[in-house]
Design a protein around this ligand. Sequence first.
Ligand code: NAD
Length: 479
Amino acid sequence: MNSTVTQSQPAEFSPLRFPASPFSGGGSVDLLNPATATRLTTVQLADRNDTDQAIEHAHRASAPWSAIAPGERARLLRSFASAVEENLEELAWLEVANSGHTISNARWEAANVRDVLNYYSAAPERLFGRQIPVAGGLDVTFHEPLGVVGIIVPWNFPMPIAGWGFAPALAAGNTVVLKPAELTPLTAMRLAELAVEAGLPEHVFTVIPGPGAVVGDRFVTHPLVRKVSFTGSTSVGKQIMRGCADQVKRLTLELGGKSANIIFDDANLEVAAATAPGAAFDNAGQDCCARSRILVQSTVYERFLELLEPAVKAFRMTDPASADAQMGPLISASQRDSVLAHLDGANVAYRGATAGPSAGFWLPPTVVLPDTAEDALWRAEIFGPVVAVMPFDDESDAIQKANDTEYGLSGSIFTSDIGCALRVARGVASGNLSINSHASVRYWTPFGGFKQSGLGRELGPDAPNSFTDVKNVFIATDD
Ligand code: NAD
């Protein structure tokens, strides 16, 4: 790979302004630009003491925040959304530099935060309880905020995943402490600044950069944090679930995936082949919803592989700052090495572009043909630009093979038979399925995993309720 081309940036964002961390007890970390492997900036980190203080401040801010009139809390969230809109380009370019995301993805991600804030700004005025018929009085329920909510975010989609947690949690009247991933804290830190600029009271939304084992762990163990919303690997999620048990702490888990893209022989094969690379390699495959297993009906298996090859080779892996980039680098050298280790000895069918434009953490899109369903390439969440293809015989074989995994996050079904599509969608044990499409996440529909892909749901109309406890109140009317 050559290092002659450096990453481009528009003049108004060069050099980028980096948000400052208000914490410093935990030392500092250098962040690298994944596209060039050069130092971007240094971020000061929080230690346990900083984290405890931030949690205590958030606790003190929670009663006044939940007491703000619903219409006023709604207005403040809309004001926060407007601040994101006004700074959308800056947020997007920060993500290109910090995470190696393509500029088109990064713009979508910043816009997603804006949209999610606007969507949940309607929630404070709609946090309805119920009136339940009882004898001798009136029975009503309230959705009471929990207090301080701790949100732990991974590095693969730093902005949207933060927003999916903090927007409904704030709307429901909680204060939020949020820990970004060690590698990608910058956009979350900037969002915290924007929240204050938009008028949210101090300590209502605090971003605390620091190690998972220090800051994230403190969200689990600190008694003033009433709920943890964790997105990340299944192994860390299990550890957090065990920790939350001590205090019966509320918990949402969004974990790993190994989702199937199931293609029947009556599908529009051209469309299925043209869209499969995007579904597997978007964000360099570092996507919990990546369709990293392609199941093709055996009658069209060879034909599908022929159609897939030009689509993979045309997938544009290039400078993520380019408007036409479809794929940038991986997040780090260690992530690239972990993916490369999976490819050692693999039966590779073909690869896409073989070199990135600079000295960053590049790996080409790769299609592999595992020999058996026991192959780690078929079973493990590789979290890189690798997709495995395997044939199936009929509908029941497709469902059996799709379900032969500990995960159950998303998946796609391509067929022209709507009956088959619905039977397979009902048969696949997965939280989010798309028929003749790869759409996974819309903020107004629920999102989450079956089996070891998670616990609870984010997004959709009910998300604010998951940041509340239901209180039942009976008022006697009879003497
Ligand atoms: P990770 O589990 O290593 O880290 C996730 C976050 O947890 C980071 O902020 C990390 O600092 C923190 N953390 C680490 N150890 C901790 C501990 N002991 N206590 C508390 N916090 C701790 O995951 P990652 O490598 O950052 O992200 C990749 C994983 O995230 C993949 O498995 C991917 O599938 C998953 N993911 C899932 C979804 C989803 O919605 N289901 C979305 C995106 C990513």
